[in-house]
Design a protein around this ligand. Sequence first.
Ligand SMILES: [Mg+2]
Length: 279
Amino acid sequence: MRELINDLKEIKLVIFDLDGVIYRGKNLIPNVDKIIQELKDQSIKVVYNTNNSTITRKMYVERLEKLGIKSVISDFYTSASITTVEITKMKKKSTIFIIGEIGLKTELENCGHVIIEEGDITNHVDFVVVGLDRNFNYNKLSFAQKCILEKGAEFIATNSDTTLPVEKGLKPGAGVMVNAVMTCTNKEPKIIYGKPNPFGITKILEENRIQREYTCMIGDRLNTDILAGNRAGIKTIVVLTGVTTEEDIDIIKNQLINSEKNRELLPFLVINELEDIFI
Ligand SMILES: [Mg+2]
């Protein structure tokens, strides 16, 4: 059995981001399945924390299964599942309009919330929840605006990623929809639950009863995965198989010479591929 590098010897829990770390589009990043199995064989707990709210945790289990990685629903902390838990704490069986896809809708419905369609004549709406919506349009935006400005709805966002990595390049991310709602309501979301908010990571630590010094986050994006991990006080590793390049890291390091501003964006470790966590 291969050993983990010295810096990671104490690790008991690894939190993986998904897009750009485990897979890119529909394709497994080579050998990631074997590496996850090796971690589990060494009794290291593996969980996944993604900002992508478009599919349910059950669908993530099926997606990883197809890529040769076994998992269970409770291994996943998605921005949709985290948002759902928190909204349920604020109000049970609330009335919600979503800009989002099936992942967000199903997680909320499964918790007893009522999801209304655009044009619904309900007088009061509790929340407008905004996530990535690849069928986003003017009518949805208009109705979200109406719910927030006229029907008393609280504006909540799952995440604000500017881009979404796909097989070849990038597509627009949830931040585009969040910004559209901000622009036409002149309001900021009350809270954005996804990374870089360390909310999800804190929840993972609590539920798994593992202390931060034994935990690391492996992600591909500095301003979400690494920032959230650093804010939560866990070890952070950026892997260069997704959106971040070596040049991006050099730019931040150079900026640090003049100002401390972006220190939180720098990971504890930079690795070219996941394989590099082993000796
Ligand atoms: Mg990613």
